[in-house]
Design a protein around this ligand. Structure first.
Ligand SMILES: *Cc1c(COP(=O)(O)O)cnc(C)c1O
Length: 395
């Protein structure tokens, strides 16, 4: 017996659910890539990207996924033999470092832990030791989509300044932009990157980078520059240069619509919505965890992200069975545990185009699966989520 029909619901942290309006925005003929309409489309999106990153710096759009944006940030600012410091807090900042190593960059990982956020004081201590400024860049994620942690980017920026170090501060916002505050200039971030397919509700295939003047000055003598990624070439006045070739017209149609939806809602309102829905998820998980089998991957409640929750299952229970039940019986696709959490955890994404029925439905289905599979769990998780929302979302 199954109770699945109609649209499958993706509760995975990317690609995320796209609003119907975003899907429909792509259902039209292409534009002449040399037309005024095309130039205006690009200009408006570039302006809106600076609004999202909150920067007076320069934005760039790549036809790429997040991995592409990673390579863009590295190739534009670094040279072979340069050393970078990667702040570990899960899978993604270290993945960025993995991209750097084969480019000839010396990668040092500031050892972290899968179950906690980066500690700014440890960053400061490491940078203070580097009196010769051999570290050229510090890389960190705002939200690590594998561990479910949120890092305090403002505090890490302060730590870098407190150490008196001049390394570039580079931040991955793939799983957070549009969903929680990000304040590139105020937080001292030199380079930020993101992607289209998570909080921004757009198909995969667009990657975004923003660079401030300091980063662009360093770029002037970066040895790893290559034509496709190169900021200087993309700054050429010809529209064609902005994409190093043909513009990804339909992805831009989709992004335009997604940004219109996001700005119509208001960024602050979007942040609040994400926070409330994340709290609902956490309320449910806290109740389920009472039986001792399920647990939050991130130990400190203050370090749990508002876009994805990673839930561990103790060794005897298979998260794969729960995921299979939710998918095959109910049409809800949960995120799988990745990296060191493979086979040990599952993830509930709550980023982008999400609302109360989507989240309550997902939690209800997870609870249904826990019950059907006889995985011990505290009773009433979904009800706790409802209570959390009703308490905050007042009549
Ligand atoms: C998804 C993700 C990436 C990688 O993006 P791709 O588009 O899969 O290359 C990088 N960083 C974070 C934090 C992510 O969540």
């Amino acid at each position: 017996m199954v109770v699945r029909a109609g649209r499958e619901f993706l509760a995975i942290p990317g690609p995320t659910t796209m609003p119907d309006a975003v899907l429909q925005a792509m259902h039209r003929p292409s534009l002449d890539i040399y037309s005024d309409a095309m130039v205006q489309l690009t200009d408006r999106i570039l302006r809106d990207l600076t609004r999202l990153f909150r920067t007076a710096g320069r934005p760039y759009i790549y036809i790429a996924n997040g991995h592409g944006a990673w390579e863009a940030t590295l190739s534009n600012t670094l040279s072979r033999g340069d050393r970078i410091l990667v702040l570990e807090s899960g899978r993604f900042a270290t993945g960025w470092g993995d991209a750097a190593a084969p480019m000839g960059i010396e990668v040092e990982v500031l050892k972290g832990d899968l179950r906690r956020a980066v500690r700014p004081e440890e960053v400061e201590a490491r940078l203070r030791q580097d009196s010769g400024n051999t570290i050229k860049a510090v890389l960190v994620v705002q939200i690590d989509t594998a561990s479910g942690v949120v890092n305090d980017i403002a505090a890490i920026g302060q730590a870098i300044r407190a150490a008196g170090h001049d390394a570039l501060f580079m931040v991955d916002t793939v799983a957070s932009l549009g969903c929680m505050p990000f304040d590139m200039d105020a937080w001292g971030v030199d380079v930020a990157m993101s992607g289209s397919q998570k909080g921004l509700m757009t198909p995969p295939g667009l990657a975004f980078v923003a660079a401030n003047d300091r980063a662009r000055a360093v770029h002037g003598h970066a040895g790893l520059r290559t034509p496709y990624w190169d900021w200087t070439l993309r700054e050429g006045s010809e529209h064609y240069r902005k994409y190093s070739g043909t513009a990804p017209v339909h992805l831009l149609f989709a992004l335009r619509q997604a940004l219109d939806l996001l700005f119509a809602e208001g960024l602050e309102a979007s942040f609040t919505r994400h926070r409330l829905l994340a709290q609902a998820v956490r309320s449910a998980v806290a109740v389920w965890a009472e039986a001792g089998v399920l647990d939050f991957n991130i130990r400190n409640p203050a370090e749990r992200s508002d876009t994805v929750t990673t839930i561990r299952l103790d060794g005897d229970h298979d998260p794969g069975a729960l995921q299979a039940y939710c998918n095959e019986k109910c049409g809800v696709v949960l995120g799988t545990g990745i990296g060191d959490l493979a086979g040990k955890a599952f993830r509930i994404a709550h980023m982008g185009h999400i609302n109360a029925p989507m989240i309550l439905g997902t939690l209800g289905v997870v609870e249904m699966g826990l019950r059907a599979l006889r995985i011990p769990h505290g009773d009433g998780g979904t009800e706790a989520a409802i209570r959390s929302l009703a308490d905050q979302v007042r009549a």
